[in-house]
Design a binder for this molecule. Structure first.
Ligand code: 2AL
Length: 255
């Protein structure tokens, strides 16, 4: 089985780190390939970044389809382009916010999210509502460390640990969800330090995709996630137009 983990930002050091975290939970025989787009923002921490990360993400999904990939993880906590990726891919596509929050609901009655910047918390709340788990989400908190400083700031690990401890006690929640792919390597440390389950969405999404592929399940093509209607795209996006029957998904559907 081949799972492609797409970090929709262009920072390869982060892509390598989250690839290692995903590999550490993948079953024997599962190949995890971590990639970043060649175009897009170096980190995603605004609505503008999210919008401009999506074309590069979709180009990676299209490449994955050409390469015969079985399933995908969208490895950014805003789950940018998740639904569009589902319209392109034959195999399942899971976002890390989606997997992180849903996994937390298996582990307690309530959870809190600890993310990077306060300006990303609105998007995280929107996703909690969209995924139907907002009732279990007691709070979404920012540690105010920018994404790229997660790698460089000497006290990032301790600040995030303290933010998780405080979120747990202030919200009275049972579980913490880490709100950035760049926090994936902190999961075990934070869990040990605060004495509660801590969910890293990268690991949770990787295991979810692996499970769905094992079950032979994929995104439905009968309704809203059918392949997009073929049409011309212009300008910088001219390479993104689909031809009739051009995707493997279409071929499978019409076979
Ligand atoms: C993220 C993430 O997971 N990757 C990135 O570049 N930005 N999310 C976040 N809330 O900061």
């Amino acid at each position: 089985m081949r799972i492609r983990l797409v970090n929709p930002n262009t920072t390869w050091s982060m892509t390598r780190l989250i690839g290692e975290c995903a590999r550490s939970v993948a079953a024997a025989g599962v190949q995890v390939e971590a990639v970043s787009p060649s175009m897009g923002p170096s980190s995603i921490e605004s609505h503008y970044d999210e919008a401009l990360a999506v074309p590069g993400l979709l180009a990676e999904i299209a490449q994955g389809e050409a390469d015969g990939v079985d399933g995908y993880v969208v490895a950014c906590f805003g789950d940018p382009g998740l639904e569009a990726a589902r319209e392109l891919a034959r195999g399942p596509v899971v976002g890390i916010a989606e997997a992180g929050m849903r996994t937390a609901t298996y582990l307690g009655r309530s959870f809190s999210v600890v993310t990077t910047l306060g300006r990303t918390t609105g998007r995280a709340w929107d996703l909690a509502h969209a995924y139907g788990v907002a009732g279990a989400c007691r709070g979404i908190h920012a540690c105010e460390i920018p994404v790229l400083e997660l790698e460089t700031s000497p006290d990032a690990r301790e600040r995030i640990t303290e933010a998780c401890r405080e979120a747990l006690s202030r919200d009275g929640s049972d579980v913490i969800v880490l709100g950035c792919a760049g926090m994936a390597d902190l999961c075990a440390h934070v869990s040990e330090a605060i004495g509660a389950p801590v969910v890293d969405g990268v690991a949770a999404a990787t295991v979810a995709v692996q499970g769905l592929v094992t079950l032979g399940l994929s995104t439905s093509t009968v309704g809203e996630y059918a392949s997009p209607p073929p049409k011309r795209y212009d300008g910088l996006l001219s390479g993104f137009g689909l031809q009739p029957g051009s995707t493997d998904r279409d071929r499978r559907r019409t076979a």
